[in-house]
Design a protein around this ligand. Structure first.
Ligand SMILES: NC(=O)c1ccc[n+]([C@@H]2O[C@H](COP(=O)([O-])OP(=O)(O)OC[C@H]3O[C@@H](n4cnc5c(N)ncnc54)[C@H](O)[C@@H]3O)[C@@H](O)[C@H]2O)c1
Length: 394
């Protein structure tokens, strides 16, 4: 059925929620009905901050409101399962931020629940929405690079460098056993498979916790809150904040990935390079309007983001003419727009759509990395799972 106006509600009004709401506002045919937070008071405060019309007293009230067709789940990771399940059981389409859930088993549970509800289900691996990411993907799909032999990159940050940085993200009960790999390594793995059109089949991981003791003031804080002042309560940290991974892809390509969140000077330093037998491509998130093209038999080149120079499927993701910089928020909006296209037309299969099944796969990759490290850095295969039953990853 093709709907005209669509109602959305959001549960978990923190950092990333604002970007979900901004993206939805840019679509023009989606009504933001309201949001639910950790309490009625918090929902009221956030609804006022985000200029959202209604504050719901609870998640249950929100997901059962008949005006709401799509539920965005932007809660801390430990709440992804109950909030997503409640929305699915109410028959709502669900857009969850990553990770889908904290373990592969919980991801499988949500994949089954989404299949049973027969609704649109998507996870916001937002880097897929960048026009030059789509350009890289299109060039590789049409064989410009020849067979891929090497896929490498990194996602490095520094915001966790200080030992007073502590939030739910570093608590294994609320953020999951894996820290940096689940949080940002997952973005890279999704992007690598999406651009390459090939799956990671095995991994060898070396992981480390650089900051093994963090300090909290004891008050709960949002993920990127300012470190608390006052009393300093030490907390032992077990999740990795530094990792180096070797990768093997199904097409025979080798790869490597570095992930870290305590590396001074690196803000959101996400980079990916793909080398084929005939050419190479590199995309850097912090210079996201440029695509590096490497050759062995002619000069290298930089392709600037300019819709008139891009392949048509990538140009469709550019919102501005060349010379005007597109940004993280534009790519995020592109991903949200693609998901809402699926809500309007269930037969749509837009390029950037990451389904629950795809996100489940990413969770098994992160899990295999942890298993590899725990086994003394052994090659560890990624298990085949729901992809077989529910169709291939995009
Ligand atoms: N796609 C991305 O690049 C990206 C970036 C940041 C975060 N994320 C993901 O988004 C999720 C949220 O992260 P964040 O950084 O926005 O965290 P955050 O701490 O800033 O926000 C979480 C919000 O959920 C609220 N909340 C807590 N308990 C709740 C409950 N029981 N019911 C409803 N709301 C509740 C909190 O009060 C807070 O407002 C995480 O799973 C994270 O991995 C994704």
């Amino acid at each position: 059925m093709i709907q005209t106006r669509i109602g959305m509600g959001l549960v978990g009004p923190g950092f990333i929620a604002q970007h979900h709401i901004d993206a939805v506002r840019r679509l023009g045919d989606v009504d933001i009905i309201g949001l639910a937070g950790s309490s009625s008071a918090s929902a009221r405060r956030k609804a006022a901050d985000f200029k959202v019309p209604e504050a719901f007293a609870s998640c249950e009230e929100l997901v059962n409101d008949p005006r709401i067709h799509v539920v965005h789940n932007t809660t801390p990771s430990y709440l992804h399962v109950p909030v997503t399940l409640a929305a699915l059981q109410a028959g709502k389409h669900v857009i969850s931020d990553k990770p889908l859930a904290m373990t592969p088993a919980d991801c499988a549970l949500l994949c089954d629940a989404a299949a049973a509800a027969d609704v649109v289900n998507a996870v916001t691996f937002n880097y897929r929405g960048n026009p030059l990411v789509q350009e890289a993907r299109a060039r590789i799909a049409r064989g410009d690079l020849g067979p891929l032999v090497n896929i490498e990159g990194q996602y490095l940050q520094d915001w966790m460098t200080g030992e007073n940085v502590y939030s739910w993200r570093m608590d294994p009960v609320k953020g999951g056993v894996s820290s940096a790999l689940a949080d940002i390594g997952s973005h890279w793995c999704d992007l690598a498979e999406h651009i390459a059109g090939a799956r990671i089949v095995s991994v060898l991981a070396d992981i480390h916790t650089v900051v093994a003791t963090r300090y909290t003031s004891g008050s709960s804080s949002e993920a990127f809150g300012t470190p608390g002042s006052g009393s300093r309560i030490p907390v032992a940290i077990h999740g990795e904040d530094l990792a180096a991974i070797l990768l093997r892809f199904e097409n025979g390509a080798r790869g490597s990935l570095r992930v870290g969140q305590v590396l001074p000077g690196h803000k959101n330093d996400l980079q990916i390079e793909l080398n084929g037998r005939h050419g190479s491509i590199r995309w850097e998130q912090e210079r996201q309007n440029e695509l590096w093209l490497g050759f062995h038999d002619r000069p290298n080149a930089i392709l600037l983001k300019d819709p008139s120079l891009l392949t048509p499927e990538a140009a469709a993701y550019a919102r501005l003419p060349g010379g005007h910089q597109e940004s993280w928020a534009d790519a995020f909006r592109n991903v949200i727009a693609d998901i809402y296209d699926c809500v309007r037309d269930r037969s749509a299969r837009p390029a950037t759509l990451c389904t629950f099944t795809d996100a489940y796969r990413t969770s098994t990759i992160v899990d295999a990395m942890l298993q590899s490290a725990a086994a003394g850095s052994r090659w560890t295969a990624i298990p085949l799972h729901h992809n077989v039953e529910h169709g291939a990853a995009s």
